[in-house]
Design a protein around this ligand. Structure first.
Ligand code: XMP
Length: 530
C-alpha cells in the first residue's frame, strides 16, 4: 500500500485514483497523521498539494518521522515545498505571480548520480507538457538534492535527493493534462516503491465478503436504507451475497420520488437481485410536514428528519420480528453506501468549510440510531470511488441501466420545486421529468451527461393553449456534465432536441405553460436548485 498524505488540494483524491488504476493500492490520510498511529507500513509515501503556504505559521506539516522510515517519498506541489522547507525554511518563497495551467517542462537526465535519481522520469521525453498550479516556489535547491526538471520560471520544477529515494515535483502528475503523469506515478509506485500492482476488483469483492461475514458473525442482522441509486444498491447486493436474508433493505417512499420509481426499485432489488426489501409508505406524512414551508434549508431539514423517524420505526419493527425467528439474531448493524469522496468531505482535516446546503443522504441517521439502539456502522464501499463502485456493481451482476443511473438526491423532488411542495406540484415535475429523461434516453445521450432533471418554478406565466388563456408554472430543465459533482458545466444540447422537448412539456403536462433551460455552471450555481 502507498500512503497519500493529504494537504487539502482539490486533486488529492485523484492521486489515489490514478494509483489504483495502475492496480496499485493506495490509501489517503490527513497530512498530520502520526506515523506511530498507523497499523500498517506503507511501501511509499506521496505528499499531496494543498492551498496553504509552507512558511505560514498556521500551515499544516507532516510528521517528520516519515523522512526516517526509509521508504520512498514523492512530494507534489505543496508536498515538494514541504520537503524543501523542512531542510531550510528559506528554500520556499512566494512567486511574483501565480503560475496556473499548461507548461512545458525540461526533464534532465543526470550522469554520475545514483540510479534512483533518473528513475522518476524514466521513459519521459526531454520536454513534456505538465499542469502547474502554484504561487509559492522553490527559490533554492535544497541541500543534498539535484534538479531533475525545470522550466524558465520554475527552475526547480523537479528535485531528487542524491542518496535517498526522495523526490519533489512542482507540477501535478495526477491531472490528466500532465501528459506523462501516469508514467511518472507508475515509475514512482512500481519502480521506486516496488509496490505490487495486484489490486483488482475481484479480489476486493472476495475480501470484502469474507470481512463482512466475520464482522457480522453467524446471527446478527443488518438493516440499510436503499434509494435505487447505484451506491446503496451495490452495498445491498454485497450484503445479500455475504449474509443472505439477514440483511434487510428499507426504501422510504417519501412521495417525492420520480415517476414509477418505487416500483422500479422494487423490481430491481427484490425481484431481480432477490434482496429482502420493505417499502415504507411515507408520502402523506412528508406532505403534511412540508405544508406551507418554502425555505430550502427548512424543507431539507424536514425531509431528512421525517425520513429518520420512519426509518427508525421500521428498524424497531424488524428488531421485534427478529425476536420470533429462531435463526436470526438482533439487528446490530447499519449499512451505509458511503464512498471514499463522501468520507474525505466529511472528515475535518480540510478545515472549516462553508455549509452550502445540508445534504440529506442517510448521513444524519447513524448518530441518532446508534445512540438509541447501539447499532454499529458497516460501510463496505468506503474505500471506493464512483467509477469503481460501478465496476463493482457490474461484477455483482447488477444491470447496466441501474449502474449508470444519474444521481438523485435524498430529498428528491422536494428540492426541485421552488416554493411550497404539494402533491399536485410533485406530479407536474414527475411528468415533465419523465418526458425530459425519456427523450434523452431515446436520443442515446443519457450517458453523455452526469445528471439531468426537470424542476418547477412556482411563479406563474401566461400562456395560450388552443384559444384559451393559461396561467401556469414554469418548468426548469437542467442537465450538467461533471466529474465529481463538486463542479459542473451545463450540458450543451442539440437545439432541435431541446426545442422538441420544450414543445412537448407544456402540451402534455397540464399546468405548465413555459419551459426554460438552465445554463448556469457550478460554480456559481449548484446542481440542484435548492
Ligand atoms: P449540489 O446541488 O450541491 O449537488 O451541487 C451535488 C450533487 O449532490 C446531489 N445532492 C444530494 N444528494 N442528498 C443527496 O443524497 C442531498 O440532500 C443532496 N443534495 C444534492 C445532487 O443531486 C448532485 O448530484
Amino acid at each position: 500500500t502507498i500512503l497519500v498524505l493529504d494537504f487539502g488540494s482539490q486533486t488529492s483524491h485523484l492521486i489515489l485514483r490514478r494509483l489504483r488504476s495502475l492496480n496499485v493500492y493506495a490509501e489517503m490520510l490527513p497530512c498530520t497523521t502520526k506515523l506511530a498511529d498507523l497499523p500498517w507500513k506503507p511501501v511509499g509515501i506521496v505528499l499531496s498539494g494543498g492551498p496553504s503556504s509552507v512558511y505560514d505559521e498556521v500551515s499544516p506539516h507532516v510528521d517528520p518521522a516519515i523522512f526516517d522510515m526509509g521508504v520512498p517519498i514523492l512530494g507534489i506541489c505543496y508536498g515538494c515545498q514541504e520537503i524543501a522547507w523542512r531542510i531550510n525554511d528559506k528554500n520556499v518563497q512566494r512567486g511574483e505571480k501565480r503560475e496556473y495551467g499548461q507548461t512545458d517542462v525540461d526533464i534532465l537526465t543526470l550522469d554520475g548520480q545514483q540510479d534512483h535519481v533518473n528513475r522518476l522520469f524514466e521513459g519521459v521525453e526531454a520536454n513534456t507538457e505538465v499542469t502547474m498550479s502554484h504561487f509559492d516556489k522553490l527559490v533554492h535547491l535544497p541541500e543534498g538534492f539535484v534538479t531533475i526538471a525545470s522550466t524558465p520560471s520554475t527552475p526547480y520544477a523537479g528535485i531528487a535527493h542524491k542518496e535517498k529515494p526522495i523526490f519533489g515535483i512542482q507540477f501535478h502528475p495526477e491531472i490528466s493534462h500532465t501528459k506523462r503523469g501516469m508514467d511518472i506515478l507508475g515509475n514512482f509506485a512500481t519502480k521506486i516503491c516496488k509496490a505490487r500492482d495486484n489490486w483488482k476488483m475481484e479480489n476486493f469483492i472476495e475480501k470484502e465478503i469474507i470481512r463482512i461475514r466475520k464482522l457480522v458473525g453467524e446471527n446478527a442482522q443488518v438493516i440499510g436504507a436503499v434509494s435505487g441509486g447505484v451506491d446503496s444498491t451495490v452495498a445491498a447486493r454485497l450484503m445479500k451475497e455475504a449474509i443472505g436474508d439477514r440483511f434487510h433493505a428499507i426504501l422510504v417512499d417519501t412521495g417525492l420520488m420520480r415517476l414509477n420509481e418505487c416500483e422500479q426499485v422494487k423490481k430491481s432489488l427484490s425481484d431481480h437481485l432477490n434482496i429482502n426489501l420493505t417499502i415504507v409508505d411515507g408520502a402523506e406524512l412528508f406532505f403534511s410536514r412540508l405544508a406551507g414551508v418554502t425555505e430550502p434549508e427548512a424543507k431539507r431539514k424536514i425531509i431528512g428528519g421525517t425520513f429518520i423517524d420512519l426509518f427508525e420505526k421500521e428498524a424497531i419493527r424488524i428488531e421485534e420480528e427478529a425476536k420470533h425467528t429462531p435463526h436470526a439474531g438482533k439487528v446490530e448493524w447499519f449499512l451505509q453506501g458511503t464512498l471514499y469522496p463522501d468520507l474525505i468531505e466529511s472528515l475535518s482535516w480540510k478545515g472549516p468549510s462553508a455549509t452550502i446546503k445540508s445534504h440529506h443522504n442517510v448521513g444524519g441517521l447513524p448518530a441518532r440510531m446508534m445512540n438509541g439502539q447501539g447499532l454499529k456502522l458497516i460501510e463496505p464501499l468506503r474505500e471506493l470511488f464512483k467509477d469503481e463502485v460501478r465496476e463493482f456493481g457490474r461484477q455483482l451482476g447488477i444491470h447496466e441501466e441501474l449502474i449508470m443511473r444519474h444521481p438523485f438526491p435524498g430529498p428528491g423532488i422536494g428540492i426541485r420545486i421552488l416554493g411550497e411542495v404539494t402533491p399536485e406540484r410533485v406530479e407536474l415535475v414527475r411528468q415533465a421529468d419523465h418526458i425530459f429523461i425519456s427523450s434523452i434516453r431515446e436520443a442515446g445521450i443519457y450517458n453523455e451527461m452526469s445528471q439531468a432533471f426537470a424542476a418547477l418554478d412556482t411563479s406563474r406565466a401566461v400562456g395560450v393553449m388552443g384559444d384559451s388563456r393559461e396561467y401556469g408554472y414554469i418548468c426548469i430543465l437542467r442537465a450538467v456534465s461533471s466529474v465529481d459533482f463538486m463542479s459542473a458545466e451545463p450540458y450543451a444540447f442539440d437545439s432541435k432536441l431541446i426545442l422538441k422537448i420544450a414543445n412537448r412539456i407544456p402540451n402534455e403536462v397540464h399546468g405548465i405553460t413555459r419551459v426554460v433551460y438552465d445554463y448556469t455552471g457550478k460554480p456559481p450555481g449548484t446542481i440542484e436548485l435548492e
